[in-house]
Design a protein around this ligand. Structure first.
Ligand code: FMN
Length: 204
């Protein structure tokens, strides 16, 4: 079994996908079975994923995504949608689960609901975006471990994609992700530099 270090070292933002490779629902499910273990605020999992396989729809998405070729060349495009209202829509389900598993008692459910509303109400974009980011990262590592390549993208017209995919109230596209297999003959450019420990960390 590969270590997280090995998987992280192998994952790259791949630009050249083999268009002849198809990805099945079972393939997606295998990746999801790993990615779903991502943590989320109060376990609210404020996301959904739209898988775009249709070539016509992908042509339009490509236009909305700065004409990036991988949008039409990968096996599928995944749109990671943030569900800004999940803190209201899913709160009952999540708290029921918590009560049944002994995290909290039935008596404090209403108080916890209030805490959740105060934490995330009016901060829907930050709430959903940070959770979707974590989920998408684990999805990429999971895809790598299952033999797939990915490329995350935020170079797209958010409002255009929201309208095109007819997202619901409080929903917005956080990230698009190309998913597929790298063309065998394509060589990746060297890994872009990373900041040093000293640049990133400060200790108080
Ligand atoms: C949130 C996010 C958005 C990104 N958007 C784009 C994009 O729209 N187009 C693109 O070519 N690369 C995009 N990238 C890929 C980065 O450029 C790439 O991850 C980075 O240069 C490091 O390369 P590596 O992932 O191969 O290590 C994005 C990456 C992230 C995490």
């Amino acid at each position: 079994m590969k270590t997280v270090k090995e998987i992280a070292e192998k994952r790259r933002a791949v630009n050249f996908f083999d268009s002849s490779v198809a990805i099945t629902d079972d393939d997606l499910r295998s990746i999801y079975e790993i990615a779903k273990l991502s943590p989320s605020s109060f376990n609210l999992q404020p996301w959904r994923v739209i898988v775009v396989r249709s070539p016509e729809k992908r042509e339009r998405l490509r236009e909305l995504a700065m004409n990036q070729p991988k949008v039409t060349e990968a096996s599928a495009i995944l749109v990671f949608v943030g569900r800004g209202k999940a803190y209201e829509e899913d709160v009952d389900r999540v708290l029921r689960d918590r009560v049944s598993k002994g995290y909290m008692s039935e008596q404090i459910v209403d108080r916890v609901k209030e805490v959740i509303r105060n934490l995330y109400g009016g901060r829907e974009v930050a709430f959903a975006s940070r959770n979707v980011g974590l989920f998408a990262m684990l999805f990429m590592l999971a895809a790598e471990s299952e033999g797939w390549d990915t490329h995350p993208m935020d170079g797209f017209d958010v409002e255009g994609v929201r309208e095109f995919l007819q997202l619901g109230e409080g929903e917005f596209p956080v990230m698009m992700m190309a998913l597929g297999k790298k063309q065998r003959e394509a060589t990746l450019l060297p890994r872009p530099e990373r900041k040093s420990f000293e640049e990133v960390f400060s200790v108080l």
